[in-house]
Design a protein around this ligand. Structure first.
Ligand SMILES: O=C(O)CCC(=O)C(=O)O
Ligand SMILES: [Fe+2]
Length: 286
């Protein structure tokens, strides 16, 4: 069981027994994650990475951060074109500055801890069970499947919904101040955009809807970001905030659209052009 042995070096398997799907420990961890997800669309598996590797995790992120695509961009919470025709009071008309930058998958070394986790079958099976899914697949996208999200001082990752229904992420470096993950559990559903509440959050009067998460490097976060508006608040101090984004889908072969890929990475690959016919499972914006 070589693959299991490798994972065992990285993950605190006493607490998260990824190699033993039938164990009490597995059930306990998965049940706790499912309860949180049902309640708020978010759960944090504390100290997922072994404490002695947290500095390696941080240093590897720091090494890859210069490969991020830096370009402050004007966006809206739905990541649809700013000239989309919308009613006067639609929150999609509110323009935000996206100042975070992504290191794409093709710039992340295959032996980096985050890459080893992302591609591990045992890890994928465990995460799928937490989401109560029969299986998960790596995003087939050569850039967006695995990213390091870099938020530099003075920047933020503004309020948005994810295209992906399931997001798995891990903070690898804390900023000195700010950079808090904030989210509005279930503010929309597959059947309702709930524009009034979204507008309240975007205009600063939605405090009642917002939760703030205290993350530490090495914690694993599972999140249903398609229905929960969320952001990383502005970072301050002298240190960037880094988080790994592990993108999975419930069906194989999913690739991002040309539009979204160019927005995030500043370039597209032939795969994006060829596959620009993604069929979504719902009719929400983006
Ligand atoms: O970096 C984070 O913690 C959140 C990132 C995020 O929301 C995203 O990449 O969609
Ligand atoms: Fe997101």
């Amino acid at each position: 069981m070589a693959a299991t042995g490798v994972l065992d070096e990285i993950v605190d398997t006493a607490r998260y027994p990824l190699e033993s799907p039938d164990s009490v420990g597995w059930r306990t961890a998965v049940d706790a994650a499912r309860a949180d997800l049902a309640e708020s669309g978010c759960t944090v598996l504390r100290e997922f990475i072994r404490p002695e590797l947290v500095e390696t995790l941080r240093a590897q992120g720091e090494d890859m951060a210069p490969h991020a695509h830096y370009e402050v961009e004007r966006v809206n919470a739905y990541n649809i074109p700013l000239d989309t025709e919308l009613p006067q009071d639609h929150p999609g008309r509110i323009v935000l500055e996206r100042g975070n930058a992504f290191v794409p998958r093709d710039r992340i070394p295959v032996d980096a801890l985050i890459h080893r986790l992302y591609t591990s079958a045992a890890f994928q099976r465990f995460v799928a069970d937490c989401f109560d899914l029969p299986e998960l697949h790596e995003y087939a996208d050569p850039l967006a499947g695995l990213c390091l999200n870099v938020v530099a001082p003075g920047m933020s990752h503004p309020w948005h919904f994810d295209t992906n229904e399931f997001t798995v992420s891990m903070l690898t470096q804390l900023p000195e101040a700010g950079g808090v993950f904030e989210y509005c559990p279930g503010i929309r559903s597959p059947h309702a955009e709930n524009l009034a509440d979204v507008r309240d959050v975007l205009t600063g009067s939605g405090e009642r809807l917002i939760r703030k998460l205290e993350l530490r490097p090495g914690d694993l976060q599972l999140f249903q970001g398609r229905f929960s508006l969320h952001r990383v608040s502005p970072v301050s101090g002298g240190r960037q905030r880094h988080s790994a984004i592990f993108a999975y889908t419930d069906r194989p072969g999913v690739i991002g659209t040309v539009e979204r890929t160019r927005q995030l990475f500043g370039r597209v690959l032939p795969e994006h052009v060829a596959e620009d016919r993604l069929v979504r499972g719902d009719r929400l914006l983006d």
